[in-house]
Design a binder for this molecule. Structure first.
Ligand code: MN
Length: 474
């Protein structure tokens, strides 16, 4: 992370001047000048530590849609990269497309552009973040649509790219518009619980800091984190509203400036002082979440009748968890992101999204399948080697097989879950270890279509069945 240079400022002020002239006195629904929205979008991008091209494109992002400026003019003034970024977030024309269709196709266009340059998506998220914060000025019907879309599409994208802060904020801003009653309840509950636990957390924090200092730890800091509202609401639903089972409404965080070994040493020290609830220990350092999230979570008895969660991570893991893909987007001279382990994984997911959309015809299918395949509730299962495979909820071993490779799916003969043979229509659960037995002669059957969940599996099964019937007709 670096501070902006003179040259960065020059480009950004030029973009601002250009936008000021083009948008003139145009106002938004809120009565605010359009320019205010553009500046807020740019600020959001700056908070994500975006580079000068991205920030400038953020300032210019509505220019093709809302003013008379043409692509060519913009290109002459700012060059190909910035035009590409702006065009990527520009919706398709109203004339050719209508309503839902325009909406789905614009989203598809966004994914295509994002596959080429992920900064397009950052601009879209920064734009949406300001829009959702100013939703009260929009008419109720549009308001609901934007809130729903934020919750169902943009927040899950941010989550998948490891942008924890963005995901949490988008959800919490959309939440009151979709479920006002639940929003108010959750807010009240959180305030009450945070207040109740504050003293205990502070006390435990003091004890731990003192002990760590005594043991020679110098490079660490701690803070308290409060759970985002929407994620608390979802967790409450999962636990049938039993607040007694949720221990992470507010939690103590310990962040070390050293490496992960130190996280385990700190964990040892904590468990030595406070008795843990063993089944609540989660080691996301050894087994990161599929979006790259790393941390150790442990739940302990505080000693004065409370139960609290403590999270331990390195500083690097911390920034990664807050900003995700944005924390990696350092571009080299050729405008290519510098690669690295967890960034490559996230980019791979974007490529999957890109390849997936190519195979979906029609706008309505597009939105529906997008939700089941990528954004609805997911489960995580393991291969026998310990690789994590992510699937939609209620997936079958057949979905798993096709997720591994189309050839594994096409020749699946049997399946084992946690070491036991199961039928193909078994519903997989979180943390299952799944193994597919493959036989050369085995092929997909019509019956599989009754329980296959993923678009990818359904597609491959249909192709295989068609091939088979062709052969029979020859
Ligand atoms: Mn905008």
């Amino acid at each position: 992370m670096r501070s902006p240079t003179e040259k960065d400022r020059e480009l950004i002020s030029r973009a601002l001047e250009f936008a000021r002239k083009a948008h003139g006195d145009n106002k938004r629904m809120s009565g605010e000048p359009c320019l205010a929205h553009l500046i807020e979008t740019a600020k959001n991008l700056a908070n994500l530590k975006a580079d000068k091209e991205t920030i400038s494109a953020g300032i210019l992002h509505d220019i093709l849609e809302d003013t008379d400026i043409k692509r060519e003019e913009l290109e002459k003034e700012f060059g190909g990269t910035i035009v590409f970024l702006v065009d990527g977030v520009t919706k398709l024309g109203k004339i050719k497309y209508r309503g839902l269709e325009r909406h789905a196709e614009s989203l598809r266009k966004l994914f295509v552009a994002t596959a080429k340059d992920v900064r397009v998506l950052l601009i879209k998220l920064a734009d949406r973040l300001h829009n959702i914060k100013t939703l009260q000025y929009i008419n109720p019907e549009k308001r609901r649509r934007i809130a729903l879309e934020t919750l169902e599409i943009y927040a899950p994208i941010a989550n998948r790219l490891g942008m924890g802060h963005m995901k949490g904020t988008l959800e919490d801003e959309a939440f009151p518009y979709l479920k006002p009653k639940e929003y108010a309840e959750t807010l009240e509950l959180r305030q009450k619980k945070t207040h109740e636990l504050a003293k205990t957390l502070e006390k435990v924090n003091r004890i731990i800091c003192k002990k760590l200092a005594k043991e020679g730890f110098t490079k660490f800091w701690t803070d308290f984190r409060v759970k985002h509202l929407y994620s608390l609401h979802k967790k409450l639903e999962r636990y049938e509203k039993d607040i007694g089972k949720i221990f992470d409404i507010s939690a103590l965080r310990i962040i070390t400036l050293n490496n992960k070994d130190e996280c385990y040493r700190i964990l040892g020290i904590i468990h030595n002082m406070f008795k843990p609830l063993p089944e609540r220990l989660k080691d996301y350092i050894a087994v990161p979440k599929p979006n790259g999230y790393q941390s150790i979570h442990t739940v302990v008895f505080s000693g004065d009748g409370e139960i609290i969660e403590i999270q331990i991570r390195t500083e690097e893991m911390h920034w990664e968890a807050e900003f995700g893909i944005a924390s990696h987007l350092v571009y080299d001279e050729a405008n290519k992101p510098k690669s690295g382990g967890s960034l490559d994984k996230k980019i791979k997911w974007i490529k999957q999204l890109f390849n997936w959309q190519k195979n979906i015809e029609g706008s309505e299918d597009f939105l529906e399948n997008l939700k089941t395949d990528f954004f609805n509730d997911r489960i995580f299962v393991f291969t026998p080697k310990g690789d994590v495979i992510e699937l939609p909820i209620d997936s079958s071993p057949i979905d798993f097989a096709f997720q591994i490779h189309s050839e594994v799916g096409n020749h699946a003969f049997g399946a084992k879950v946690n070491g036991k043979m199961v039928s193909f229509d078994t519903k997989l659960k979180n943390n299952d270890i799944v193994e597919i037995i493959v036989k050369e002669k085995s092929e997909p059957s019509q019956k599989w279509l009754e329980f296959a969940k993923t678009t990818d599996a359904v597609k491959h099964i249909k192709i295989a069945l068609e091939e088979k019937s062709k052969c029979r007709n020859l």
